[in-house]
Design a protein around this ligand. Sequence first.
Ligand SMILES: *Cc1c(COP(=O)(O)O)cnc(C)c1O
Length: 390
Amino acid sequence: MNTKEKDSKYIMHTYGRYNVALKSGKGAAAFDEDGKRYIDVSSGIGVNSLGYCDEGWVNAITAQANTVQHVSNYFYNEQPSNLAEKLCTLTGLSKACFGNSGAEANECAIKVARKYSFDRYGEGRNVILTLKNSFHGRTVTTLSATGQDVFHNFFFPFTEGFKYAEANNLDDVKNNIDEKVCAVMIEVVQGEGGVVILDKEFVQGVARICKASDILLIIDEVQTGIGRTGKLFAYQHYGVKPDLVTMAKGLGGGLPIGVCLCGEKLDSVMSPSTHGTTFGANPVVCAGANYVIDKISDEAFLNAVEEKGAYLEKKLLALDEVKSVNRLGLMVGIEIDGDAHDMAEKCVANGLLIITAKALLRMLPPLTITAEELDEAVTILEKTLKENTK
Ligand SMILES: *Cc1c(COP(=O)(O)O)cnc(C)c1O
């Protein structure tokens, strides 16, 4: 059996896969099992932030694997300590909690928010308001947090205590706030929802409403964080100060990690045995993340992300077949005529690894992608669009 046949036989069919078995990669180029080369503007859904097999990153994780690969959370280790220090220093937030995925980081934020409210106000003030069209993960609780009916199926009963307001509608947020609400959780750019960039007035309005009633503001930066939008975190475009920030995808540079950061007000909410995970804070993963953060937090690196994004947007808008582009940094949604998923499959066949978000094509290229590689990506996209649109 080949890879595809084995996958079909032995792996649960929770994903519709493209017809490609990826074998290796370097920078923004990926290679399949037959050695065919692809330009990858998906970077594993924004995970391979420095591209495939960045030399410094490989050295960092290899060195750590040769030193100690895992210590339990009952012991100290320099890698997570250093990473937490960097993340707190760079954001002005106060403490980190480590996990292994975006959903887990959000679970942690939800637990911290509810415990803060329980400690301070007692039982019953536990509702978390999220936005319609949001995406916060696949665990039973983060599915509840996700404000899309299609996700609220099959797996009943879902976790109680979530309400949903319309994005960019401050009145709807106000109408949903009552004495039971302890937190509001938002993505400032809804990634899975179709690269929907929230209005500045809306996000600032939500922050104001939260502050007035000691309601915690949780920003889900799982997709938008770690330089993706041209700032270290996307909320930094909005001039707000969240109480909790979650991150995951791009942070490990390709290894699984999720982090929940909290501000000073919350830094003593969690105590021993209120939360934990066996694999969280893994030294090899944190060594990779330390390398990624050192690279990406550089001002010039972040400015280059925005410059590349602007360059890409201009080239995309010059294509007749492109109707519009939603973009912040290198987080890009592309509106086309016709079915985006079908077009994505055709792009892949033509050598461009691209994904979709709702009805849009979506690009989340490695942040290190070069102008030549972006040119190559747009050329393949253009060719594919021309072949398939009348
Ligand atoms: C991907 C994503 C998640 C879930 O992350 P996992 O690592 O898949 O659990 C949560 N929130 C947002 C905004 C995401 O894009």
